[in-house]
Design a protein around this ligand. Sequence first.
Ligand code: GDP
Ligand code: MN
Length: 387
Amino acid sequence: MKIHEYQAKELLGAYGVPVPGGQIAETPEEAYEAAKAYGRCVVKAQIHSGGRGKGGGVKLAATPEEARAIAEAMLGMRLVTKQTGPEGKPVRKVLVTEAAEGEKEYYLAVAVDNETAGLVIIVSAEGGTEIEETAASHPERIVRVPVSVYEGFHAYEGLEVARALGLTGALRSALTGILQGMIRLFLEKDCSLVEINPLVLTAEGQLLALDAKINFDNNGLLRHSDVAALRDTGEEDPKEVRASEYDLNYIRLNGNIGCLVNGAGLAMATMDIIQKFGGEPANFLDVGGSATTERVTAAFEILLSDPQVKAIMVNIFGGIMKCDIIAEGIVAAARTIGMTVPLIVRLEGTNVERGREILKASGLAVISAEDMADAARKAVNAAGGAL
Ligand code: GDP
Ligand code: MN
């Protein structure tokens, strides 16, 4: 789950990370009132996407009147950034924040480290809006320091990071404090990313987080109602919102073959085999082991509502999940919403015969497959051939 910059800064502030003062505004008038408290301020579009600065979503205002005018133009616009795609994202809120004068911009992040099965601190002395370019052209300027989740964060690791950033003296301990806060937040709230970009060094010699991004592991939300309350479904793909209502594990991807699978491992294998035959999956969708007809129907609705989907491949290995339940779901979905694209079905396992009979008796135009490879080959063909 993603949250907005203003929410991320509030959380970081609660964990001892210095952040500039700010107020959220949903109307130009509110922006004007907020700006009065700051004099010079920055008006920032709150959307779940980075690259706002370059896209025109971060603007400096010298007076409250100017802040109002900027907010007026920003609120309601669709902000296009490198990360939003050409359709952009609507701006519903702006953050009015104290303008800080940074002398230098740093990049700081705490992320999951697959290599060490722990955390990793990622830093660069060349933070700011060019960080992606730096990472691509000068990867050696991005420094990674692994952190054990068992032992936690040691002060000497802070020193190592400070050295990499060229920070000395009091700034070294300030940086260590910030990193400690980020790591504690990461672990306590089950984050998957805590990022500050930029962290600036002000003329007064203070380190300040000007922008923040925090992502959470959805599996941890159950035990953090405070975090779950930060969710803004208006920022999410409506298909993903609907999937979460039915407890379906759905992630939209860029291809044209919709997949409906039971079990995360089988879902991964299904995506792999589609690619092996030259196709691209349109989504990851795991209906899980306890799919009811209702949930299977919802899953089909989600797949069929995606104009990108040109064929659907159902790949079920019936275990706890029985093939006849899936077959009933397919038939029910076809009856209520109509199957508008070719449907390729591979069923195996518990009650497979009953499942096949249900499909046959329904009169639905189902392309049945012998095995996974056969299903993938047929799905790629039905979707218009290898890409
Ligand atoms: P992003 O482009 O979505 O990552 O949005 P940021 O919040 O990082 O803003 C983009 C850039 O605007 C930052 O990298 C800073 O260089 C600049 N910026 C943001 N806030 C301030 C501020 O308070 N003062 C100054 N001088 N620059 C700022
Ligand atoms: Mn940023």
